[in-house]
Design a binder for this molecule. Structure first.
Ligand code: NAD
Length: 500
């Protein structure tokens, strides 16, 4: 039997679940072998789930928020206790190195901690009324069932960003993970069910549900009138469809879509920092992060000394079985991802670029392992202006900062960006109003890898949504403005007169 399946079977047994079977095969990208299967949920099954979510919401919204936070605290503790097993499942599910699999579970734990604190801080406002004897206030109420649709590259952390906040905000949740990576989701849902079951009657049945399926299952969820918020993470193409479907019925959507992220390396940069930041940015997670570095803009005066070092780092990167800590990168998710990579490199060559690396290399079983590609461009054209979800770094020279910022902002997506510089004027210009137009603008760190404390998301075709820290919780609640008249008169606002 496939050894990964044996590992998964054992881990699953400790969560009290069995490997699912069904007409859609699940592969581990680690070795390309089948590890299970599932049958996508039908529209009728989605309807049942949505009805249950609505019933759960009608109870959960009235449970005091700090008590809701207590459930999330217990869930965070359960994640802490099972971090090792869940981290390994993430690695087997999507092929990222084990340190990143464990890091993904740590991110789930961190957002639970954040949400617990938040559960006592869902603050509204009091507002000065222009009318005597009146008090005006703004209160945040639970919104309704939230559909959480997630991408393959973060099989569980992005769900946790949404789930932890939605739960303390008083919402029920329905999760549709990527059809490519449903494995860890099944274990996480089992863990949540156990914690919720032990919590007592405050946590209603159906508070958090999992539906397995593909885009059709996702679409049925998006269209269901019970779903008050659609939080969808994935490609820009998916977001364009989902955003329009949600808007059609005036549901809220929170879209976290693709990125075509750039780093500027200025003449004053600390070149060692820049090398590590850029190398991790484009090769880490095999270029399969929404924040992965894709475009490198290097000042002409340092291009010849810096870019060869990036090319050499890519040629030397230890790539292989992501469970082996000696490897810093694992496989691509599947053969289709490699085909997209090959197409992008062919387009780059056709545009006159020089390509270093990018070939398929040996790895365990039928896993799709590739050498990262560094592509030297003479202009920002062709594939450099689209997101290819693979380790490809397009390099371009620039002459002055304004030009570099314009190149950074020329992408249709606006997720992450960074600059390496020791020049204060350049650093501040990059993060100023006329600087980077992205949701994330970093100085002296790479584009990739964010902490949960800040709001996460991007502009333009990245969808505009914000998740995780800061005040992102407001997306999961509805705002109510109340004016209370405690006087004996009924003055109208703006001095309007209406006397009977
Ligand atoms: P994808 O768009 O193929 O799928 C994402 C999810 O959307 C899956 O669960 C899929 O089943 C579902 N889906 C697809 N079409 C749908 C539809 N019409 N209705 C409802 N659901 C639908 O993306 P992927 O290949 O899994 O992930 C890679 C992409 O995700 C990249 O573009 C990456 O940049 C992006 N991403 C963005 C973020 C972010 O926070 N901005 C995070 C991770 C990944």
């Amino acid at each position: 039997m496939n050894p990964s399946k044996v590992d998964i079977g054992y881990i699953y047994s400790t969560f009290g679940v069995a490997i699912p079977e069904g007409n859609r095969e699940i592969f581990s990208p680690v070795d390309g072998l089948t590890i299970g299967g599932f049958t996508p949920a039908s529209a009728d099954q989605v309807n049942l789930v949505a009805d249950r979510a609505l019933a759960a919401f009608s109870h959960w919204r009235s449970v005091p928020a700090p008590r809701r936070g207590e459930l999330v605290r217990r869930f965070g503790d359960a994640l802490r206790a099972r971090k090792t097993e869940l981290g390994l499942l993430v690695t087997l599910d999507c092929g990222k190195p084990l340190s990143e699999g464990l890091g993904e579970v740590q991110e789930m734990i961190d957002i639970c901690d954040f949400a617990v604190g938040l559960s006592r801080q869902l603050h509204g406002l009091t507002i000065a009324s222009e009318r005597p004897g009146h008090r005006m206030s703004e209160t945040w109420h639970p919104l309704g069932p939230v559909a959480i649709i997630t991408a393959f590259n973060f099989p569980v952390a992005v769900w946790a960003w949404n789930a932890a906040l939605a739960l303390v905000c008083g919402d029920s949740i329905v999760w549709k993970p990527s059809e490519k990576t449903p494995l860890t989701a099944i274990a996480v849902q089992a863990l949540f069910d156990k914690v919720a079951g032990e919590f007592g009657p405050d946590a209603p049945e159906g508070l958090s549900q999992l539906v397995l399926g593909d885009s059709a299952t996702g679409a049925a969820l998006v269209d269901h009138p019970a779903m008050a918020l659609i939080s969808a993470t994935g490609s820009t193409a998916m977001g364009r469809t989902v955003g329009q479907a949600a808007a059609k019925r005036f549901a809220r959507s929170l879209l976290e879509l693709g990125g075509n992220n750039a780093t500027i390396v200025a003449p004053s940069a600390d070149m060692e920092l820049a090398l590590t930041g850029c190398a991790f940015g484009f090769m880490g997670t095999t270029g399969q992060r929404c924040t992965s570095l894709r475009r490198l803009l290097v000042h002409r005066s340092v291009y010849e000394s810096f870019v060869p070092r990036i090319i050499s780092a890519a040629a030397r990167l230890p790539i292989g079985d992501p469970r082996d800590p000696a490897n810093l990168a694992g496989p691509l998710i599947d053969g289709a991802a490699y085909a997209a990579m090959r197409d992008a490199l062919a387009d780059a060559r056709a545009a006159g670029a020089t390509v270093h690396g990018g070939e398929r290399i040996a790895g365990p079983g039928q896993g799709v392992y590739v050498r990262p590609a560094v592509v030297e461009m003479s202009a920002q054209t062709g594939p450099m202006l689209r997101e290819t979800f693979a380790p490809i770094l397009y390099c371009l020279r620039y002459d002055d900062l304004d030009e570099a910022i314009a190149l950074n902002n020329a992408a249709t997506q606006g997720l992450s960006s960074s600059i390496f510089t020791n020049d204060l004027r350049e650093a501040e210009s990059f993060v100023a109003a006329a600087g980077s137009d992205c949701g994330i603008a970093n100085v002296n760190i790479g584009t990739s890898g964010a902490e949960i404390g800040g709001a996460f998301g991007g502009e333009k075709e990245t969808g505009g949504g914000r998740e995780s820290g800061s005040d992102s919780w407001k997306a999961y609640m509805r705002r109510q403005t109340s004016t209370v008249n405690y006087s004996r008169a009924l003055p109208l606002a703006q001095g309007v007169r209406f006397e009977l």
